[in-house]
Structures are given as C-alpha cells and as structure tokens.
Ligand binder design. Structure first.
Ligand code: SF4
Ligand code: SF4
Length: 133
C-alpha cells in the first residue's frame, strides 16, 4: 500500500509559506494557536491575521512570507489544517492534474505517476487529520 512518503518528503525550503491566501484558520485553530502563543484570540486575530471573504487567514509580512515563517514554521505544533495536510489537499481528488501544479511549486514532491495510489494517500491523510483534530 502506498504511503504519503512515496509521494512527498518536505525539503523545508519554505516555498509553501510564501504568498498570500492559503492558511485560513477556524475557531479551534484560533484557540489553539492563541494558547500556544500565550495571547488571547482577539489579539491573535488582530495582530496575526488578515480577512478574506469574511474568514480569517494568517497574515503575510512584507517579504511575502507567512508571519510565522522564520527559517521554519515557528508554530509547527499548532499550524493550521492547510499547512498540516499539505500537499495532500482535497483538490487533488477533484482534479488529479492539480498534483502537477503543486509539484511545480513544491520541491518535496516525488512523482511516482500512480494517481490511484496518490488519491488513496490523500484520503488517508485527510481522514487522519479528522481523527486527530
Ligand atoms: S514547498 Fe514543499 S518542500 Fe518546501 S517547505 Fe513547503 S512542503 Fe516542504
Ligand atoms: S503557519 Fe507555518 S507552515 Fe503554515 S504558512 Fe505559516 S509558516 Fe508556513
């Protein structure tokens, strides 16, 4: 049975922590990250988040990187769902060609060419996340 590591090994380059728009946070994540930072959720939302479509997402700083990127993710233990499941995201199940787009951005992708195995890995990663959080 295929494993996520057959398809991906993070190179810790930080490319996926650049740019704007990926890391939305829900109420549980706001609570968890705030607690981790030792601040209240209102301050977390004010100082560390922007809003898009009425939903909070983690802010990017002037360099274009996520505010929590400093050679590594400084909130790794409590990072949001998108960061935790990456690159095994739902959109691969909707359209497998999204894997090629992800691959073009992420040097950690290993392309073994078996999309059925990849789909199983995506489902497994998502199910594991739902069980844990
Ligand atoms: S772009 Fe890919 S390899 Fe680089 S840090 Fe992100 S997940 Fe890891
Ligand atoms: S929270 Fe961490 S993993 Fe997610 S984008 Fe920011 S630095 Fe990257």
């Amino acid at each position: 049975m295929a494993k996520p590591s057959d398809f991906f090994e993070c190179q810790k380059c930080g490319e996926c922590c650049k740019g704007y728009g990926g890391a939305f946070v829900d109420d549980n994540e706001i609570e968890r990250i705030s607690r981790h930072l030792g601040i209240d959720p209102e301050r977390f939302l004010r100082d560390y988040c922007d809003w898009s479509g009425g939903r909070p997402l983690i802010k990017a700083v002037e360099s274009g990187c996520c505010i929590f990127w400093n050679k590594l993710c400084v909130i790794h233990e409590v990072k949001p769902r998108m960061c935790r499941i990456w690159p095994f995201i739902e959109s691969i199940l909707v359209d497998p060609s999204n894997w090629a787009i992800i691959k073009s951005m992420c040097p950690g992708i290993r392309d073994n060419g078996n999309m059925d195995d990849l789909a199983e890995c995506v489902k497994g990663v998502l199910a594991e996340y739902d069980q844990k959080y």
